[in-house]
Ligand binder design. Structure first.
Ligand code: ARG
Ligand code: ZN
Length: 413
């Protein structure tokens, strides 16, 4: 008996990451209610992993949807799509192959701004760059994850009195690897630009930036070790073998009313209560504590090339809708000017879908006027498997938009 237990536990520790061999990513364009129904029923029976929108419940006629199907169901899914007459495309024919190509080498542990870095490498980097830039950059611990990992926060800016602040977080959803890469890029650009480039210098003189490179640290580690497509946190759920809560459905903003699920196995599971996750609670506590200074909240996600602002839990317009929209328009036009990457922008509910419990809506209702969600590259060619060659251009263009918003905050908040 104990031999068996031993074998099982050895298998558990030395488990290989999940392989995605033969798995496909489909793009569908449902034309009518029957098509939508077919997608939803396939989601159930074939266990589809939705990439866009975040869950099958959010699929609507006339809006495209991307999902990933296991190898054993891929052909059946394709046959059903074919039969239904629904327009579809195979975006990724072999996800394992796409993921292997995403990273251009397997040599890790050396930090690089143009590679995807694992959590240990990011943590070592943040300790280092803070130590190298005293007076401009410091690191503290925001909180601790469910599994006990530290969540680090960087504070960036020249010291001054009564400074306004902009909070930027990355790594909410574990598989959105381009986002921690952006937070690292932003910090690098700031420290390299201070005293060299006038716009960034004056921004750092009058604003502080709080940069959270990875919020969902447990999920991020899990995408490196076990399942590259993981999205949620890694906290267990009572009476369920399914793990994790969607951190971006876990905030107290119309919590779990729409576009979120109360089923623990779903990718948009809202949790047992607002801020049930130690990660979201730590973030919310920090913003509440610093609400007097924090004027901007930027939360970085991927993918779909969008700049969103409140609300997402209702179609009602935010009090500052017009200004938020004008600033978004300016930010997007800066972004597009660099590589002609096209972005859409607008209130979340109308631009993508209603989805309650997001940190952007919560921050806005808590008093952070300039609250935005970025959805970085791409629009689905690679999706979450965005190749490392796109890290640099993605970060460069995003930086322009972030600086545009920060400048507006500096001059107007
Ligand atoms: N893809 C993001 C998500 O579903 C979009 C977030 C937009 N904001 C929101 N409050 N739903 O988490
Ligand atoms: Zn996301």
């Amino acid at each position: 008996m104990w031999v068996l237990l031993l074998l099982v536990s050895i298998a558990a520790v030395s488990a290989e990451p999940r392989s995605f061999y033969g798995e496909k990513v489909f793009r569908v364009l449902p034309q009518n209610a029957e098509h939508v129904e077919l997608i939803k029923s396939m989601a159930q029976t074939a266990g589809l992993d939705f990439w866009l929108p975040d869950s099958a419940e959010l699929v609507e006629a006339g809006k495209r949807a991307d999902f990933h199907a296991d190898s054993d169901v891929s052909y059946e899914v394709q046959a059903l799509l074919q039969q239904s007459g629904m327009p579809y495309e195979i975006m990724i024919n072999d996800l394992q192959d796409a993921l292997e190509k995403q990273r251009d080498s397997n040599i890790r542990a050396i930090h690089s701004y143009e590679k995807y870095n694992d959590l240990d490498t990011i943590n070592a980097w943040s300790a280092n760059i803070a130590a190298q830039n005293p007076g401009l950059l410091s690191r503290s611990q925001l909180g601790t994850s469910y599994q006990g990992r530290p969540i680090y926060l960087l504070k960036l800016g020249k010291s001054g009195v009564n400074k306004k602040a902009v909070f930027i977080d990355c790594g909410f959803h574990a598989r959105e690897w381009i986002t921690p890469a952006f937070c690292q890029w932003f910090v690098k650009e700031a420290v390299n630009s201070y005293g060299v480039e006038s716009e960034f210098t004056s921004m750092l003189d009058s604003l502080d930036f709080y940069i959270l490179p990875v919020l969902n640290v447990d999920g991020y580690v899990y995408t490196w070790t076990t399942n590259r497509m993981w999205r949620k946190t890694r906290s267990p759920n009572a009476n369920s073998s399914c793990v994790g809560t969607d951190p971006n459905r876990n905030f107290n903003a119309g919590w779990c009313t729409v576009g979120a699920s109360s089923r623990a196995c779903d990718e948009t599971y809202c949790g047992t209560a607002p801020e049930s996750e130690p990660e979201t609670k730590a973030l919310a506590n920090f913003i509440r504590k610093n609400i007097a200074s924090i004027k901007g909240y930027l939360t970085i996600h991927s993918y779909s090339q969008m700049l969103l602002f409140p609300y997402s839990y209702t179609y009602s317009l935010a009090k500052d809708h017009n200004e938020l929209n004008t600033v978004a328009q300016g930010a997007v036009s800066r972004l597009t000017s660099l590589y002609n990457t096209k972005y859409t922008y607008g209130a979340g509910g109308t631009t993508i879908y209603l989805a309650a419990g997001g940190s952007d809506d919560w921050a806005y209702d808590t008093g952070v006027k300039y609250s935005y969600t970025f959805e970085l590259r791409d629009t689905g060619r690679y999706g979450f498997a965005l190749p490392e060659t796109q890290i640099k251009p993605t970060c460069e263009e995003t930086l322009l938009a972030v600086k545009y918003i920060a400048n507006h905050i500096k001059n107007n908040a």
